[in-house]
Design a protein around this ligand. Sequence first.
Ligand SMILES: Cc1cc2nc3c(=O)[nH]c(=O)nc-3n(C[C@H](O)[C@H](O)[C@H](O)COP(=O)(O)O)c2cc1C
Length: 207
Amino acid sequence: MNERLFHSYRPAEGHGLAHDPLNSLVAPRPIGWIGSISGAGVPNLAPYSFFNLFCYRPPIVGFSSGGEKDSVVNARDTGEFTWNLVSRDLAEAMNASSASVGPEVDEFDLAGLDMLPGVDVRAPRVAAAPVQFECKVTEIRYLKTLAGTDSSNVMVFGEVVRIHIDPAHIVEGTYRTISAAPVARGGGTADYFEIGPDTLFHMTRPR
Ligand SMILES: Cc1cc2nc3c(=O)[nH]c(=O)nc-3n(C[C@H](O)[C@H](O)[C@H](O)COP(=O)(O)O)c2cc1C
C-alpha cells in the first residue's frame, strides 16, 4: 500500500504554507464571549475562540488569552466572568467587541449592546444573547511549554454557577442548539460558521 503523502511539519519550525493553518485545523470553535467588570467598575466584553466547556459536574468553562488581556485581569481581580452565546444576529457586535481598546473602554457601549447584571456575580451579561452563563473563577494559570517554562498564554477556568436560557429555544423540555443559530469561529482571518439545520445529523453511541 502506498504511504499517503502528508504536509507534515513541526510547528516550532514553521508551517511552510502561505498562511498558518492552525486555527483552521481545529475548527469551527465555539466562541467564548466573555463579560467581566474591572476592579474600578468598568464593564468589559471580548470574544475568545480558545474557549470550551470541559465537564458536566460541576460545569467548568475556560478561555485562553494571548498575554494578560483585560478579561484576564478582570477575572483575576474580581473572581468572576460571564459567557454569552453568540447567535448569528449578534456576530457583528461580537466582532466589534474584539477591538483593541484600553481597560477604560466599555465594549458593551462600543458594540451598542445592552447589559444585564449577573444574579450571582457582578460581571455583566449580554442582554440579547440567547444563553448566558455566570461563572466564578476556579483557576488562572499560564500554559506550560514542553520545556516546562510558562508560555505567554493564560488560561482562565471558571465554574458555571448560574445559567440563563431564552425559553424560545426550549421545545418540549429540550434546548435546541440550532434554534439560537450559534456562530462558531472558522479559520483564517475572517471565517465563521453559522450552525443551522443543514449541518445537523444524528448518531447514537455504541453500547
Ligand atoms: C472571534 C474572535 C476570537 C478571538 N479569540 C481570541 C482568543 O482565543 N485568545 C485571545 O487572546 N484573543 C482572541 N481574540 C482577540 C480578542 O478578542 C481581542 O484581543 C480583545 O481586544 C481582547 O479584549 P480584552 O482585552 O477586553 O479582554 C479573538 C477575537 C475574535 C474576533
